[in-house]
Design a binder for this molecule. Structure first.
Ligand code: AMP
Length: 571
């Protein structure tokens, strides 16, 4: 069963599910739906929230429920009021076109009299917390004599919250002929004991969570203000060639705006959001699946129903409020055994939100610097070779006699010419583009230090004790993060005799410092680099004080584009 339409569920259910944007069943749904539809055994399913388990048990039961009877047939027990409301809402959505089916939620912390009144509606489905269900049993407000299906949702959670006695009472008070389905994220002794005592020869299934943090996804973030956000996005897309990605926005308007920007700039992109008609959405999704577009700009809701396995990147153009959503979005890449990259654009004032996502999800999200034009071109060259060596399709027959005599060129010269030709537009675009000035996290935010000068040194102290990935380095190869904050007294500022007129770039300065402070073949610790300021005729840079002598000595004998270099300590 790869699509819901291939299941045996009734048209009313399929219509409702289709409207919610579900196309293919999740792993747990694939395993549970056919089982419940055809088997009479009890079931133990190891699955977490986020796996689609509500639909996994509700859809087949809705398919079999007797809508001519007004007795309670289906009871779901869950640990909290929130989950109770969520599950009953989901079931109501799934049974939207089953006009005689009624669902009622009963939970503590809310008027029991109101709930007793709503039971007068004679619902066939009750979703409740164990304590309130027991209260209602005691008041003789619930008749469980016709129950066919009992779901214990988040059984481990209910037991750890102390609902053991209530669960046992309910399990005993309901007919022996019922089918019991126990869902739990973990299988501990208590859960095993309940299963052993109250379930009969249960069938067992187990699935991983779709919201599970995947280890094969590399997470990066870039700090960029609103003004430069689209340009930064363009650079990031250009610096990640051959991508097939979903780019998440927060609102429909933002989605359309970003998609329009990308399309106007020549990218194969399109928008997917709720303002489009169903037919328009279907067309966009089809184009994306066929890879006629390779960047899909979408809202979270619209992207829900889309299931593609080969995404190389997920781009969080705007951060979600809920850390779970961040994990869920990111988990769309890195599927089917492949690696994935999740890129987040963070506004300076969003440092708190980022911090919350990091601490809740325990994901190591590494800060990177928006690529320079030169870096974009390097990445594009890599992309050309990657494509060259991975795509083997012969689209047309080649006649070797068409190749002119190329003996006058070396292999390198020819490759160079072809690359210049291939990347001409891109190179022209970036030719005179300034580096995007890095934004600062808001100085009001005390979680992040002010970064007037100490770029790259103490950006994110919270990351200190986590393992740094290989990407967690700045362009000079220095480890960023993981080190205690270095005070400015440890640094020395140099005047340097070259500047913009000499075509000196920051990358060149980093290179020069690296060469001047790392003796050939030495495995010595590298110097930390601070602020670099390139002016028209000269520049300034900061390095760790203990490397001062070594730098002054070495730099005097080095040349940049044929020019002598001179550095001296600045006042
Ligand atoms: P649950 O694990 O039941 O809390 O479901 C997690 C989320 O996945 C909910 O927002 C569901 O609406 C959504 N969902 C469930 N099944 C599917 C499906 N087959 N396709 C897309 N989304 C789904």
């Amino acid at each position: 069963m790869n699509l819901f339409t291939e299941s045996n569920l009734s048209p009313d259910i399929l219509k409702a599910v289709g409207e919610l944007g579900y196309e293919s069943p999740t792993e747990i749904q694939k395993q549970t739906i056919p089982f419940i539809l055809s088997d009479i055994r009890d079931l133990i399913a190891l699955a977490q929230t986020g796996t689609g388990k509500t639909a996994a048990f509700s859809l087949p039961i809705l398919d079999m429920i007797d809508d001519t009877s007004r007795k309670i047939q289906f009871l779901v027990l869950c640990p909290t009021r929130e989950l109770c409301l969520q599950i009953s809402k989901d079931i109501k959505n799934y049974s939207k076109y089953m006009k005689d089916i009624k669902t009622t939620a009963v939970y503590g912390g809310s008027s029991i009299m109101d709930q007793i009144r709503s039971l007068k509606d004679k619902p066939q489905i009750i979703v409740g917390t164990p304590g309130r269900v027991i209260d209602l049993i005691n008041r003789k407000a619930l008749d469980f004599s016709a129950i066919h299906w009992l779901v214990l949702d988040e059984a481990d959670e209910m037991l750890s919250m102390g609902f053991k006695d209530e669960l046992e009472t309910i399990l005993r008070e309901t007919p022996e002929t019922k089918q019991t389905f126990l869902f739990s994220a973990t299988m501990n002794k208590e859960v095993e004991r309940i299963s052993k005592n109250y379930l009969t020869k249960p069938h067992r299934i187990s699935v991983g969570s779709i919201n599970e943090v995947k280890k094969n996804i590399k997470h990066e973030y870039y700090v960029v203000g609103y003004r430069n956000k689209k340009e930064a996005l363009k650079r990031l897309i250009d610096a990640n060639p051959n991508q097939y990605s979903i780019l998440f926005c927060r609102t429909r308007m933002e989605t359309q705006e970003v998609a329009d920007f990308l399309m106007q700039n020549g990218y194969a992109a399109d928008a997917l959001h709720g303002d489009l008609s169903q037919a328009q959405r279907d067309t966009v999704m089809k184009k994306f699946r066929l890879k006629n577009i390779d960047i899909l700009v979408a809202t979270d809701v619209a992207a829900r129903g889309l299931d593609v396995d080969s995404l190389t990147h997920v781009i969080h153009y705007s951060l979600p409020d809920d850390p779970e959503v961040f994990v869920h979005r990111s988990g769309r890449t890195g599927r089917a055994g492949k690696d994935g990259i999740s890129i987040s654009l963070i506004k300076p004032e969003e440092s708190r939100k980022l911090k919350q996502i990091k601490s809740t999800t325990k994901i190591d999200i590494v800060e990177k610097i928006i690529p320079t034009g030169q870096e974009v071109i390097k990445a594009q060259v890599g992309g050309v070779f990657e494509k060259l060596f991975t795509e083997h399709e012969d689209i047309f027959e080649f006649d070797d006699s068409l190749i002119p005599d190329l003996n006058a060129f070396t292999k390198e010269e020819l490759v160079h010419k072809l690359l210049q030709f291939q990347l001409k537009d891109l190179a022209l675009y970036y030719k005179d583009k300034h580096d995007l000035v890095e934004q600062k996290f808001s100085s009001r935010d005390d979680d992040y230090p002010r970064r007037d000068r100490d770029r790259g040194r103490d950006r994110d102290r919270s990351r200190g004790d986590r393992d740094n990935r290989s990407g967690d380095r700045d362009r000079g190869g220095r480890e960023r993060g993981g080190k205690p904050r270095r005070k400015n007294e440890d640094m020395v500022r140099f005047f340097f005799n070259l500047g913009k007129k000499d075509q000196l770039k920051k990358l060149d300065v980093l290179d020069i410092i690296n060469k001047a402070t790392t003796p050939a073949g030495g495995s010595k610790k590298r110097a930390e680099i601070g602020d670099i300021e390139i002016l028209e005729k000269f520049s300034f840079f900061e390095i760790e004080k203990s490397f001062k002598g070594e730098l002054l000595n070495n730099i005097a004998s080095m040349k940049f584009k044929g020019k002598d270099m001179r550095a001296e300590e600045a006042n």
